[in-house]
Design a protein around this ligand. Structure first.
Ligand SMILES: [Zn+2]
Length: 66
């Protein structure tokens, strides 16, 4: 399950959530309870999820993720 990070726009605290892709659940800040959170791209989750393709360079140059 991927990890998503949400940064609170009120206090700046970043909360990490494990959730299914496409989930529309609310993710209130765990520190202040504000619902004004912004989804961040988690490099940690991307790295874990892409463990089978460690190389960051695409040999064909057509990789959509590169
Ligand atoms: Zn907050």
């Amino acid at each position: 399950m991927p990890i998503f990070e949400y940064q609170c726009k009120e206090c700046g605290h970043v909360t990490s959530f494990l959730e299914k892709a496409g989930s529309r659940k609310a993710h209130p800040c765990e520190q202040c309870g504000s619902r004004k959170t912004e989804k961040l791209i988690s490099t940690f989750a991307a790295r874990v999820g892409g463990s089978s393709s460690e190389s960051s360079s695409c040999p064909t140059g057509t990789c959509p993720l590169s």
